[in-house]
Design a protein around this ligand. Structure first.
Ligand SMILES: NC(=O)c1ccc[n+]([C@@H]2O[C@H](COP(=O)([O-])OP(=O)(O)OC[C@H]3O[C@@H](n4cnc5c(N)ncnc54)[C@H](OP(=O)(O)O)[C@@H]3O)[C@@H](O)[C@H]2O)c1
Length: 268
């Protein structure tokens, strides 16, 4: 399998590194097309892929093309790519908010398209990506894309592309929600008299430890909450305050707002 990655930024490079690390594709079968000299120079030192500064005829020999440019660069990029596309090539787009139909439209009706929504923990192999495919890509493409995405963490196939907007709101934006919660824990820790590094250590290790508890338990989240929150105790005081302030509702409303924004962006 030969893979060309268009856009050697954060995400494009994440995939190249993950493919090599997982022995899915050898280094010499990966091409990164990146327009910035300094980024190519840095990648050259890593030796993880062949490098090129623009899209040309050579891309025709690659089985899978990963589009990892920013959504606003897609129209220009598609104009360059269209001339060299081969009908059997499978395109995997990770661009936020660009639908399969839009990709097909700008790539001269190219049929075999997969669209994924990854998230930043992919850089460490702890990402989660959801993906959909065009009807013409065929179910064989599902296992190919699944294998590629799983090199960066977990992967879920969605039969219904419109659910990618919900995925964007949940896991695409999700890391920022987590950082937001921890940021506020650290701020209040300082207000309560803790030194910043102590507050940061308490907040971060608590999140890590709690995740491990959740991942290793068969109990429901409600059961896990009640194991920490004894009647009349400190945790109950905090949870009652969350409820009084509508924090749970706020979280749901925020994620719904992200989903609405994802839909708006997809419509263009
Ligand atoms: N980062 C995330 O958390 C995340 C999560 C989910 C999805 N995504 C999607 O992943 C995609 C890539 O994001 P990123 O953060 O990796 O972006 P990035 O760091 O900006 O990388 C894209 C690179 O591609 C270059 N480029 C643009 N057009 C090109 C062309 N025609 N030929 C060759 N190189 C070209 C860009 O140059 P310029 O800087 O000059 O444009 C840039 O160096 C985006 O579409 C984004 O929506 C990102």
């Amino acid at each position: 399998m030969k893979i060309a990655i268009i856009g050697g930024g954060n995400m494009g490079v994440t995939y190249a590194r993950a493919f090599v690390r997982s022995n899915i594709v050898p280094t010499e079968n990966i091409l990164i097309i990146e327009k910035h000299d300094e980024k190519r120079e840095a990648l050259k030192n890593e030796g993880i892929a062949l490098l090129s500064d623009n899209i040309d005829q050579s891309i025709s020999s690659y089985d899978i093309l990963i589009i990892a440019v920013k959504p606003q660069d897609f129209i220009t990029m598609s104009g360059q790519l269209k001339a060299y596309l081969q009908p059997n090539q499978l395109i995997l787009s990770i661009m936020a908010g660009i639908t399969i139909a839009t990709i097909q439209q700008h790539l001269g009706g190219h049929q075999k398209i997969a669209r994924a929504m990854p998230n930043t923990p992919a850089q460490l192999g702890f990402g989660i990506s959801a993906f959909a495919i065009s009807a013409e890509a065929g179910m064989d493409s599902v296992s190919v894309i699944d294998t590629l995405l799983e090199t960066t963490g977990k992967s879920i196939f969605m039969k219904d592309e419109s659910l990618i907007d919900a995925v964007t709101a949940m896991s695409g934006s999700g890391p920022a929600y987590f950082y937001y919660f921890i940021k506020h824990m650290i701020e209040v820790g300082k207000e309560l008299g803790l030194e910043e590094h102590v507050a940061a250590m308490l907040a971060k290790q608590t999140m890590l430890g709690s995740f491990q508890m959740m991942a290793n338990s068969k109990d429901s989240l409600d059961q896990m909450i009640s194991m920490v929150a004894s009647k009349g105790g400190t945790t109950e005081a905090a949870l009652n305050t969350f409820d009084r302030l509508g924090v749970g509702t706020g979280i749901k409303e925020a994620i719904k707002a992200a989903e609405i924004r994802a839909k708006e962006l997809s419509r263009g």
